[in-house]
Design a binder for this molecule. Structure first.
Ligand code: DC
Length: 221
């Protein structure tokens, strides 16, 4: 097996920002597993599937063929052959992803795809169950977290910068709902692996987090 780093943690902890920067610095492939669940969610939304109908999602998920390619180091997600990167990072798709991701049939396909990517290349992979389930033998496991206040504030600033109208209290409530769903579902809940290093970024600047994670990687590579 190559060199694999697992980063797990709740929504909005900064996993993708950190993983992307670390991947670039250390020449690793960045595998964004949330984007894969988002692609399945996008398929269900487009098909007009009722997202509370788990059986329907379980049977329809075989129609959503998700594949990954890397173009200039950037992960490109294909849904039935179409590049869907531009549609994945919306609140609507994020919400839908949190509804489809607990379904075992959905996870089975995604986990196989993720294991396969990790077997082929040195990578840093982020998600919810990477250290506990997808890459239990990862050389380094990080659990990246921050208080829900701080995560809501970051999200709020991000949306404001994009010129979107938003309400801080609502964002915080949504984040807490999503945490609850991610941590309390039956299938692969968000859990800290016993051998994970916890990095609480509540009082850290992004640059600080990046350099501590790079440090951790260098000491394990
Ligand atoms: O990290 P994200 O916001 O892109 O994730 C979208 C949803 O997918 C989120 O509700 C959790 C879920 N997810 C998961 O269940 N397992 C993963 N490895 C990654 C994401």
């Amino acid at each position: 097996m190559g060199y694999n780093v697992a980063i797990d943690g709740p929504a909005g902890a900064g996993k993708s920002t950190i993983a992307k920067a670390v991947a670039k610095e250390l020449n690793l492939i960045y595998v964004d597993t949330g984007a894969m669940y988002r692609a399945v969610a996008l398929y269900m939304l487009r098909e007009g599937v009722d997202l509370t109908d788990r059986e329907k999602i379980a049977s329809k998920c075989t129609e959503a063929d998700v594949t990954i390619r890397y173009e200039d180091g950037v992960q490109v997600v294909f849904l039935n052959g179409e590049n869907v990167n531009a549609y994945l990072r919306t609140e609507e798709v994020g919400e839908a992803a949190s509804m489809v991701s607990p379904i075992p049939q959905v996870r089975k396909n995604m986990v196989a795809l993720q294991k396969n990517l990790a077997a082929k290349s040195d990578c840093i992979m982020d998600g919810r169950d990477i250290g506990t389930c997808v890459l239990p033998d990862a050389r380094l496991k990080i659990y990246l977290t921050a208080s829900s206040d701080v995560r809501a504030r970051r999200r709020y600033d991000e949306l404001l910068a994009k010129g979107e109208n938003c309400d801080l209290q609502k964002i915080k409530a949504d984040i807490e709902d999503r945490d609850f769903r991610d941590m309390n579902r039956e299938e692969s809940p968000l859990r800290q692996a016993p051998d994970a290093v916890v990095v609480d970024t509540s009082d850290m600047a992004v640059e600080e987090v990046i350099s501590s994670v790079i440090e951790l990687c260098r000491s394990t590579r």
